[in-house]
Design a binder for this molecule. Structure first.
Ligand code: ZN
Length: 231
């Protein structure tokens, strides 16, 4: 049974790397649910309760496409992603909705839009996600470098909460993520894609320092894997 939560409350749980569970407006939305083999994830796939939506940003193994397929088949819920990735999931027996980069569409009563992400992928283009629910807009950037289109996302939607990669090497680092936050006009950031492997050197503390230097006001969530925070 998938849990229900009141519309006022948004609860965010980080499972390490780019994996999050967002509970808001009675929905459970999992982003990049890499659980099996994720060194920072404190739970097993069996322990994960399932979600209404599994938003998978791209096909790389550390973003949970295979886990999302298993979860969709065993515990219900729909995978959302770029068209080709959704087809891949459907061919493997999961329920999936494929779209492309553009405006909002409805999945299970949740408004979702796919955004640009500057990265690579083996199946279709990599993307980020905008999720509009419970009167708030949330942004999960996926794996990406800094790109100017973030200022368009900021102008159009000013997502209250942004989940941004800060590790560097494969994605933005804290310097770039701080400028991203300025463009996005976000008030809260959930740092991700850091600390999993030695090359991912960015930290939330370094991000805070860069935010201070830029003179913008953003709350940096200090998340511990598996411990939910209310936002
Ligand atoms: Zn990647």
């Amino acid at each position: 049974m998938i849990g229900e939560f009141s519309i006022e409350m948004a609860r965010l749980t980080w499972f390490g790397h780019a994996a999050f569970l967002l509970e808001v407006g009675g929905k459970r939305i999992a982003f990049d649910p890499w659980i099996e083999g994720n060194p920072k994830c404190p739970i097993s796939l069996d322990d994960f309760e399932g979600a209404h939506i599994y938003a998978v940003s791209h096909s790389h193994g550390d973003h949970g496409l295979n886990d999302a397929i298993k979860l969709s088949k065993e515990k219900g819920g729909v995978i959302v992603g770029i068209f080709e990735l959704a087809n891949y999931a459907t061919e493997r027996g999961a329920k999936a909705v494929g779209a492309n980069i553009g405006g909002f569409f409805d999945v299970e009563g949740v408004e979702i839009a796919l955004t640009e992400a500057i990265h690579s992928s083996d199946i279709g283009s990599p993307v980020g996600f905008l999720v509009r629910i419970g009167g708030k807009t949330f942004y999960h950037a996926g794996d990406t470098g800094l790109f100017g289109g973030m200022s368009l996302i900021g102008d159009l939607y000013s997502p209250e909460v942004s989940m941004l990669p800060i590790g560097g090497y494969y994605t933005m680092d804290p310097v770039q993520a701080s400028l991203a936050l300025k463009m996005l006009k976000s008030k809260v950031v959930a740092p991700m894609h850091w600390g999993t492997f030695p090359v991912l050197k960015g930290t939330p503390e370094l991000l805070e320092e860069e935010i201070r230097k830029l003179g913008i006001k953003v709350r940096v969530l200090k998340l511990k894997p598996g411990e939910p925070v209310e936002i």
